[in-house]
Design a protein around this ligand. Structure first.
Ligand SMILES: Cc1cc2nc3c(=O)[nH]c(=O)nc-3n(C[C@H](O)[C@H](O)[C@H](O)COP(=O)(O)OP(=O)(O)OC[C@H]3O[C@@H](n4cnc5c(N)ncnc54)[C@H](O)[C@@H]3O)c2cc1C
Length: 356
C-alpha cells in the first residue's frame, strides 16, 4: 500500500506531491494526457504577495523564497489605474496592495498607451514578479520522480472506495491503494470528495478569460508592468512581446474544459479600450480557465475532520501559483511532515475543519 495517492496534476497536486515525497511513497494521478492542462496551463503567471484573503497572503509571502530558489521569478511590477469616479475603491485597493502613488503623467510615461483623458489615479509597486509556470510544474515533476514518486497521466480517477487502512482508487482501469488520499483536483475537488463518500465543501469554479493582442504598433511592451483596473474590471499583462488582456470575469461554471465567451471578452476589451489610446484591432487568440474558490476564498489544506486520511489541497482560486510552495508546506505539515512556520491562526483559516 502506498503512503499517498494525489489526485490532480496541476500546480496544487504537483507541489503537494513534491512536498510529501520525502516523507513517503507517492503516486500522482492526472486524468488528462499532460500535466497542467486545466487552470494551471492558463494563468496570468503573476506573483504579487498582497493579493487575496489574509491566509492566502501569508502563504504567498512564505512562497517567495521558495519560488526564487527554484529560479522561476523575474521582475514585472504592477500598476493599479482608476477613473475619476473610482476614487474610494482605488484608494482602498492601492492600500491593500501596498502601492505607492503615481501621478497620471508618471503612469503614462511608464505605459504610453494609457489614456490621459480617462486616467485619474495610478499607483504602482515593483515587487510583483512574473512566474515561469511551465518551469515550475516541470521542476515539481522532476522533484517527485527524483524522490522515487510516480506520476501517471491519462489516468482519470473513476472510483474511490474505503479499504482497511486507507483508500482504493480506480484510475484508467487500474486499482491502487494508499493510506492517504490528497484531493488536488481543482474545479473537480468537490466531486472527488463525493466519490469518496464525503460531503462537498462548496468549492465553486469561476471562469476567467484572457485575450491575446498584438503589441500596439512600434511599442516594445516587455518593460511594462502588469496593469489592474479598479475592481479587476480588466487587467493587462505583457507576455512574449504580446499583450494579454483579461475582462476579469468570474462567471460560475460547472467543472469542464473552459473556453472564453466572445461577448464577455468583447465587453472586457471595451472597458480596457476606455482607458487606453490604442484601439483593439485584432484578438490573436483567447482562452479561459476555472479559478476555484472555497466559500470564504481561502485555500482548503489538510485532513478532513470527517475522514482524517482524506487531505484537501483545493480552493487555490486566482492564487495557485503564487502560493504553491507555502501551501504545499502547510499540507505536508498537516500530514506529519516538518513545520511550515505558519502560525496557528493561519493554519486554522486554511483547515477544512472550518466547513465541518
Ligand atoms: C486566467 C487565469 C489567470 C490566473 N492568473 C494567476 C496568476 O497570475 N497567479 C497565480 O498564482 N494564479 C493565477 N491563476 C490561478 C491558478 O492558475 C490556479 O489557482 C491554479 O492553476 C489551480 O491549480 P490546481 O492544481 O488546483 O487546478 P488545475 O490546474 O485545474 O489542476 C487540477 C487537475 O485535476 C485533474 N483532475 C480532476 N479530476 C480528476 C480525476 N477524477 N482524475 C484525475 N485527475 C483529475 C484535472 O484534469 C486537472 O489537471 C489564474 C487562473 C486563470 C484561469
Amino acid at each position: 500500500m502506498l503512503d499517498f495517492v494525489i489526485i490532480g496534476g496541476g500546480v496544487a497536486g504537483l507541489s503537494a506531491a513534491a512536498a510529501l515525497a520525502p516523507g513517503g511513497s507517492v503516486l500522482l494521478l492526472e486524468g488528462e494526457e499532460t500535466l497542467g492542462y486545466h487552470a494551471s496551463g492558463r494563468s496570468a503567471a503573476l506573483y504579487e504577495a498582497d493579493y487575496g484573503a489574509p491566509a492566502t497572503v501569508a502563504l504567498a509571502r512564505a512562497s517567495e523564497a521558495g519560488l526564487k530558489a527554484l529560479g522561476v521569478l523575474s521582475p514585472r511590477g504592477l500598476m493599479l489605474v482608476g477613473k475619476a469616479d473610482e476614487a474610494d475603491d482605488f484608494a482602498r485597493e492601492a492600500e491593500a496592495l501596498c502601492l505607492r502613488p503615481l501621478t497620471p503623467a508618471e503612469a503614462v510615461a511608464r505605459v504610453p498607451i494609457l489614456n490621459p483623458d480617462t486616467l485619474a489615479f495610478a499607483a504602482a509597486t515593483e515587487t510583483a514578479q512574473d512566474i515561469d509556470t511551465d518551469l515550475l510544474l516541470q521542476t515539481y515533476a522532476r522533484t517527485i520522480r527524483a524522490a522515487g514518486g510516480e506520476i501517471r497521466t491519462h489516468a482519470p480517477v473513476t472510483a474511490i472506495a474505503r479499504v482497511d487502512g486507507g483508500w482504493r482508487v480506480t484510475a484508467g482501469g487500474t486499482d491502487v491503494t494508499a493510506r492517504r488520499l490528497v484531493n488536488a483536483a481543482g474545479a473537480w475537488a468537490d466531486r472527488i470528495a463525493v466519490e469518496a463518500g464525503l460531503p462537498p465543501i462548496g468549492i465553486q469554479p469561476l471562469r476567467r478569460s484572457i485575450a491575446q493582442l498584438p503589441a500596439p504598433a512600434g511599442l516594445s511592451v516587455m518593460g511594462w508592468p502588469m496593469i489592474f483596473a479598479v475592481a479587476e474590471r480588466w487587467y493587462l499583462k505583457p507576455q512574449a512581446g504580446k499583450l494579454l488582456v483579461s475582462p476579469g470575469d468570474e462567471d460560475p461554471a460547472e467543472p469542464h474544459d473552459a473556453w472564453a465567451d466572445d461577448m464577455v471578452l468583447a465587453e472586457g476589451l471595451a472597458r480596457y479600450e476606455e482607458m487606453v489610446t490604442t484601439p483593439v484591432t485584432r484578438v490573436e487568440t483567447s482562452w479561459a480557465g476555472l479559478r476555484s474558490f472555497a466559500p470564504d476564498r481561502a485555500l482548503v489544506l489538510g485532513p478532513d475532520p470527517l475522514a482524517p486520511d482524506f487531505l484537501w489541497c483545493a480552493g487555490q482560486g486566482g492564487q495557485g501559483f503564487l502560493s504553491a510552495p507555502g501551501a504545499a508546506a502547510v499540507l505536508a505539515e498537516t500530514a506529519g511532515g516538518p513545520a511550515s512556520g505558519q502560525p496557528g491562526d493561519v493554519l486554522r483559516a486554511l483547515s477544512p475543519a472550518r466547513f465541518r
